[in-house]
Each structure stands twice: as structure tokens, then as C-alpha cells.
Design a protein around this ligand. Structure first.
Ligand SMILES: [Zn+2]
Length: 269
């Protein structure tokens, strides 16, 4: 064994678009199909076993034994290139995946369209056929707002509508959620639990811990500049590599709260 899995910790990888020519808005957090292929091959050759996000959460909740060297692949937003580029690579290597779909962004959302998709998105038919092929479909809100800054009514709506549309599409319960932008708060996590979800994915750039909060499962950000060496370092469980990211995420929540407070003052006064 080259890596270490201290205390049964598990790497949960977070991807977005997988494309050679991603939209400008998705570029920074995208990877090329070739990079994904290299990363997947590296994990397959290193003896990793894939789990869906819900399978991991269930194992954490029940204390069921984890497979050897578990890893979870997650893809946020529901970009069309998941079906075209990412899934064939994963399937070829026997890795399952969880796709967190923003329902208002679905390509043929029609009257349900909401928010501003950042690139070409999956269609409902694609979501259905991915689910039929064994991909776990999770929810990612309806319009992709910063949930920690949402009024209670909008928050409940975002959590309910997203889940209902997905369940209608795939004909199965949707139990996993991912916070848009990774932003949550105690109030948001409580609402997600109340909306019937069983687990939720955050972004904290540390490995997931069986003793951690199932509504705040941390994920590791994989992006365009993640090269093979950095990916290998991430997979050793080294946390140093993400230190700057974590500082930014923590600081940014305070900035956004201040901005919102200023807006409120501006409106009232
Ligand atoms: Zn997102």
C-alpha cells in the first residue's frame, strides 16, 4: 500500500465539466477528457474501488465495512459532457459516479428553466438513461443560488423542486444533495435534512471522515491545472496542497455575508 487511509477516511473527488473546449465560465473547474482518463487509470491501477456518494454515506452511517481503497467520483451541475466524455471513461474502468443535477439548468427544462446554465447541459432523457445505467443522480438545487444567503421560503423551494423533478424523471428516490458553490450553514443543513435528503456534499478539500457530519461530507476539488503529480499527491491524503483553497472558502463566506448585509441596509435606508 502506498497511500494511507487514516481512520477509514475516503477521498471524494469533485469534478465539473469534462471537455477540451469548455465554456469560459466552466473552464477553471473543468478537466480535459484526457486528464480524467489518466486520473481514472491511475486509480484503477492503484487498486481503488469506486462507490457512489450515497453508498459512502450509508457505509459511514451504518459502520458497514468499506471496500479496499474506496474513492467517490462526483460531478456537479449536470453538464452534457458527463454523458459524452466522462461516463464512458468511468464505465470502462468500472467506477460508478454521482452526478448532482441543477434541475432548472437541464437543457430541455422548458417552463421549469431557472438560473443561468454555465455551459451545455444534460437533457432529461440523458439524465434518465444515465440513471438506468447505474449512475447515481443527486440534487444540486433548482436554480443554483448561494443557499446560505437564501430566504427560508426560497431555500425550501430550491430543495423540494430540485428533488421532485429528478424523482419524476428517474422514477426513484433522490437522497443525495450537493450545495451549490459548496456553501452551507447550520440553517441550510437542517433544511436539507428536513427536505428528506440523507446526505450532502460540501467542498472542504479534506478527505471524508466516517465520524463526520453526513450533511457536510467534504470533497476534493479537481480542476484544469491539477496535473498528474498533484493528483497523486491529493490521493496520498496530503492536505497541504489545498491550504490556500480552504483559507479562501472560509474568508469568502464572511465577505458574502457582509455584502448581503450592506444590500439590506441599502434597501432599508
Ligand atoms: Zn454547482
Amino acid at each position: 500500500m502506498t497511500g494511507h487511509e487514516p481512520g477509514g477516511q475516503v477521498p471524494v473527488l469533485m469534478y465539473h465539466a469534462v471537455a477540451d473546449e469548455p465554456s469560459a465560465a466552466t473552464r477553471r473547474l473543468s478537466v480535459t477528457p484526457r486528464a480524467l482518463d489518466e486520473q481514472v487509470t491511475f486509480l484503477a491501477e492503484s487498486g481503488y474501488t469506486g462507490m457512489t456518494f450515497s453508498e459512502l454515506a450509508r457505509a459511514f452511517a451504518t459502520g458497514a465495512p468499506l471496500p479496499p481503497r474506496p474513492v467517490v467520483f462526483t460531478f456537479d451541475d449536470g453538464y452534457a459532457d458527463f454523458a459524452e466524455s466522462a461516463w464512458p471513461i468511468l464505465r470502462r474502468n468500472d467506477f460508478p459516479a454521482t452526478v448532482f443535477v441543477t434541475t432548472g439548468w437541464v437543457a430541455d427544462a422548458g417552463p421549469d428553466a431557472s438560473g443561468k446554465p454555465l455551459g451545455p447541459m444534460l437533457t432529461w432523457a440523458q439524465v434518465r438513461s444515465l440513471a438506468a445505467a447505474g449512475v447515481e443522480i443527486g440534487a444540486h438545487s433548482h436554480s443554483h443560488p448561494e443557499l446560505d444567503q437564501c430566504p427560508a421560503v426560497d431555500l425550501a423551494d430550491e430543495l423540494h423542486v430540485g428533488r421532485t423533478l429528478l424523482e419524476d424523471c428517474i422514477g426513484a428516490p433522490v437522497r443525495a444533495f450537493a450545495y451549490p458553490f459548496g456553501y452551507s450553514s447550520p440553517r441550510v443543513r437542517l433544511a436539507v435534512r428536513a427536505a428528506g435528503y440523507r446526505c450532502a456534499a460540501a467542498v472542504a478539500n479534506v478527505w471524508a471522515n466516517p465520524a463526520g457530519d453526513l450533511f457536510r461530507v467534504p470533497r476534493l476539488t479537481i480542476r484544469r491545472h491539477t496535473d498528474a503529480a498533484e493528483f497523486a499527491t491529493i490521493m496520498t491524503g496530503s492536505e497541504r496542497i489545498f491550504w490556500t483553497d480552504r483559507m479562501l472558502t472560509t474568508g469568502w463566506a464572511a465577505v458574502r455575508a457582509a455584502r448581503r448585509a450592506r444590500k439590506r441596509v441599502g434597501r432599508n435606508g
